[in-house]
Every structure is written in C-alpha cells, then in structure tokens.
Write a protein that binds this ligand. Structure first.
Ligand code: ADP
Length: 460
C-alpha cells in the first residue's frame, strides 16, 4: 500500500495536498525508467531537444499565474517573489535550449605528429538531482534544463516541503514533449534512504545537489564510494560591504533585495552588512525606514512582501541567533511588525554586533540583518572572510576600482557590484570553500552533465 504525506501552507499550517510518499522501491523504478530512456534521449538530435526545452519555457510562462500561486502557497514566499521565481526558472529552459545546440569539441594534430586528437563531450548518463524548498521551481529548472540539453535523463527528489511545484514542472515538461522516462520526480519523506539508493546504483552517474553544507558533505561521502560525478551548491554567508563614498540610496535598494527577497531564505542572501563609519548613520536610518515599511503576512494578500519562514525549526534557529547576538551586546535598531499568528519572523536590523557573534558566521536564512561599522579595510576584509562559506558577496562603492579591489579580496564565487542580485541563467552560479563544487547556469552549466571523451587517431 502506498502511503501519502501532507504538503502544508507554512502561513496557515493547513494541508494543501497529499502526495505519494516515495519509497526505495519507487526510487529504483525511477532509475529503471531513466536508464531505459537514456539511449534514445541522448541520440535525439540536439535541435529537437532544444525545441522541447524552448517549449517548456513557453508553457511555464503560459501557466505563470498557476505556478506563482503554487510556489507562494507551498513555500510561503510573497506573490511578487513567487512570480519572479517563475520567470527566473522559465529562463533556464530558454537559456539551455540555446546552449543545447552549441556543442563544443576539437580536432588537432598531436604535437609530436603521427596522430590526431578528437575531443568531444558526451552526456554523463542518468543524473540524480536533489533540490531545496527555497526556490522550488528555479532550483529544479537550473538542474533539469542543462541535464536534458546535454542528453541526460534524470531522477529528481524535491524537498519534502515543496514537492508540488516539481510535480507541476514535470507535467509541463511532459506536455512540451519530453518523452516518458526522461524526467522522473520522486517526492518523499525518506530523503536519506532514497538518495542513498540512487548514489549506490551503478546506473546513476551524476549527482547534483542544492541545499545545506551539512547534507552536501554527507552526499559527497556517499558519492565517493562509487566516485560519482558531483555538483554541489551549498550554504552561503554573503557579506554586503558599503564604502565611504557609496550611493547610499542605491545601497539601501540593493540591501532590501539582497536581504529580504524570499524573506532572506536564499543561499545568496546578504548575511552581514559592513557599513563604512562615514555613511553608517545615514544608511541605517534609510534602511530602517524601508524595513519598517515592509508588509509581512501570507502570500494570499498580494500586497504582502514577506511571507512566513518555512518551519518551526527555521523560526527557532533565527530566534536563537538573534537572542545570542543581543545577549552578547547587539542592539535591535529596527524591527518590523508581523501578524498575530503564523510562522512569521519580523524583519530586524541589528547593530553593535560583536565581530565574533555566531550570527556573523552562521547562515541566518531569515529576515534579519546584522550591521557592523567599519573603518579599517583590512580588518573588515578579515571579518568578511572568516567563514567556511564562499558563495556570494555584495559591494557598493562610488568607484569601480574600489569595488573591484574589495571584491577581489573576498573569497567567493560571485560578487554583486552596486547590485543587490547576481543570479541570472547566463551567469555561472556557484561558490568556493564549503559553498560548493561546480557551477550552474551559463555556458559552464551544461558541462556539469557531460563527460569529456577523447579519440586519439593514428595518422601515418
Ligand atoms: P534545508 O536545511 O534548506 O532544508 P537540506 O540540505 O536539509 O536544506 O535539504 C536540501 C535537500 O536535501 C532536500 O531535498 C532534502 O530533502 C534533502 N536531504 C536532506 N537530508 C538528506 C540526506 N541525509 N540525504 C539526502 N538528501 C537529504
């Protein structure tokens, strides 16, 4: 007997739908289907695969209203954020429909003569994709679209909090012409068992994971057993640096985006603000004013800008970090209002945060901004780099040279300069240090799903 699990609206706790709970058996069946579909999909002309992906983009936009509502309901993010995610996610299908036909390779004389070398790129095979709840459409699209463009077939495990969006995308892909077996979604409450079954299966040749560094490390250990090709998009702890001559209004606008989009539940979210002493008061006042004007509440009211946090556990973690900072001398400078009930956390600005406070080194994943004043660039950079993470950073400066000098010294994969958002399908997204391995999107994205194959040809 197959059992089902509840998918709930985090704003109300009400059950939206019940979904079949994937088992190890269904996980294996998904690999059976993906492995059976792989040879034909890999042999499908790239132009045809591209046109199907392009159709996915069109259908996502056709269904944008329904998808927006679905994301907002199961994830809790505001209607505007959910809408932006649909468009962002759809763009991955368009981008990789364009990449699918731009195959690369080379044909060369060997330097010593006597042979020729042909280098080609072939699909890696069945790919296991594991996605988080914070961008239920975009994280799936960012993996599925390049995998399909490369000629791979996939098994996809969405987060148990948000499986409905992944199932909706699977229906769209089917309608767009993706053949049966090419995309197999397995929602489950048994993530460790299902993913372990995939990583232990000889037919699975690739794992691509987006989620916490803790789980990413565990999956890398499992992938090591069979030397599975692994891409990891893990946690972040982005510093947001403002220099003495930055445009303060622009920095506030960027800070609102970098901190409060999706309620701060993004791995690229600004986690720590380093504001130069010369502009500190001005920035704090303006940032505070914008924060106090934020509307927090359920996404069912389209005017709300911040929804609930995803779970009780997340709420408790954010509270713990803020309480610990306050106990260590931090002060709440501004705190917005929240509805009387529900899993809401008020947008909060903290000042006087001591350099060693856990809130500066741990990922907050919520609408809280610790703000630190700096004078000495060397000390500021040392603090910005004193984290195991290295995903993103933001720099606001009056002179591009200053922004680049600071950006070059922060050990991350991506730097936003005078911008509060970096992600774009045309940009190679990814981090250094314990923020991950590999890149998603851009030209690089398709390579994560390809192996290099060489032919060395005797030439007398
Ligand atoms: P978050 O803390 O943001 O929920 P997680 O890393 O826990 O991030 O989850 C990201 C994805 O990894 C989800 O799809 C989740 O179900 C899955 N996951 C969590 N724990 C494991 C595990 N031990 N093995 C495999 N997948 C897991």
């Amino acid at each position: 007997m197959e059992s089902k699990f509840d998918v709930c609206d985090p704003a109300t706790g009400q059950v939206i739908e019940q979904v079949v709970d994937g088992t190890i058996e269904s996980a294996v069946r998904a690999v059976d289907a993906a492995a059976a579909a792989f040879p034909a999909w890999a042999a499908t002309p790239a132009r045809k695969r591209a046109e199907i992906l392009r159709r996915c983009h069109e259908l996502m936009l056709r269904d944008a209203d329904t998808l927006t509502k679905l994301i907002a309901t199961e994830n809790g993010k505001s209607a505007a954020d959910a809408r932006a995610e649909v468009e962002y996610a759809a763009e991955f299908y368009r981008w990789f429909s364009e990449e699918a036909v731009r195959g690369e390779g080379s044909y060369n004389d060997a330097p010593a003569g006597g042979s020729k070398t042909i280098v080609t790129y072939v699909p890696v095979g069945v790919a296991a994709l594991i996605t988080p709840w914070n961008f239920p459409a975009a994280m799936a699209a960012r993996k599925v679209a390049p995998a399909l463009a490369a000629g791979c077939t996939v098994v996809l495990k969405p987060a148990e909090e948000t499986p409905l969006t992944a199932l909706a995308l699977a229906r769209i892909m089917h309608e767009a012409g993706v053949p049966p077996g090419v995309v197999n979604v397995v929602p489950t409450t048994r993530a460790p068992e299902v993913v372990a079954a995939w990583l232990g299966d000889d037919r699975v040749r690739k794992v691509s994971f987006t989620g916490s560094t803790l789980v990413g490390r565990a999956l890398l250990r499992q992938a090591a057993d069979r030397v599975v090709n692994a891409s990891m998009e893990l946690g972040g702890n982005a510093p947001f640096v403002i220099t003495a001559d930055a445009d303060v209004d622009a920095a506030v606008a960027g800070a609102m985006l970098a901190k409060f989009r999706g309620g701060g539940q993004a791995c690229t979210a600004a986690n720590r603000f380093y504001v130069h002493a010369n502009v500190f008061e001005q920035f704090l006042e303006k940032f505070g004013k914008s924060v106090m004007a934020l509307r927090v509440g359920p996404s069912s009211d389209a005017d709300n800008q911040i929804g609930p946090v995803i779970s009780h556990k997340a709420h408790a973690r954010i509270s713990r970090l803020v309480d610990a900072a306050v106990a260590n001398g931090a002060r709440i400078a501004f705190q917005g209002k929240i509805p009387n009930s529900g899993l809401f956390y008020p947008p909060t600005l903290l000042v006087d945060v001591p350099f060693g406070a856990p809130i500066l080194s741990e990922e907050i994943f919520g609408p809280v901004a610790p703000i630190v004043m700096w004078n000495d660039e060397v000390a500021m950079l040392a603090s910005a780099n004193s984290t195991e993470f290295g995903l993103a950073a933001y720099v606001y400066a009056g002179r591009l040279q200053d922004a680049l000098r600071i950006g070059e010294q922060i050990d991350v994969g991506m730097v936003g300069i005078n911008r509060g958002a970096i992600s774009d399908p045309s940009v190679p997204f990814g981090g250094v240090k314990q923020s991950g391995i590999g890149r998603e999107g851009a030209h690089e994205g398709i390579r994560e799903y390809q192996e290099t194959r060489v032919y060395s040809v005797g030439w007398q």
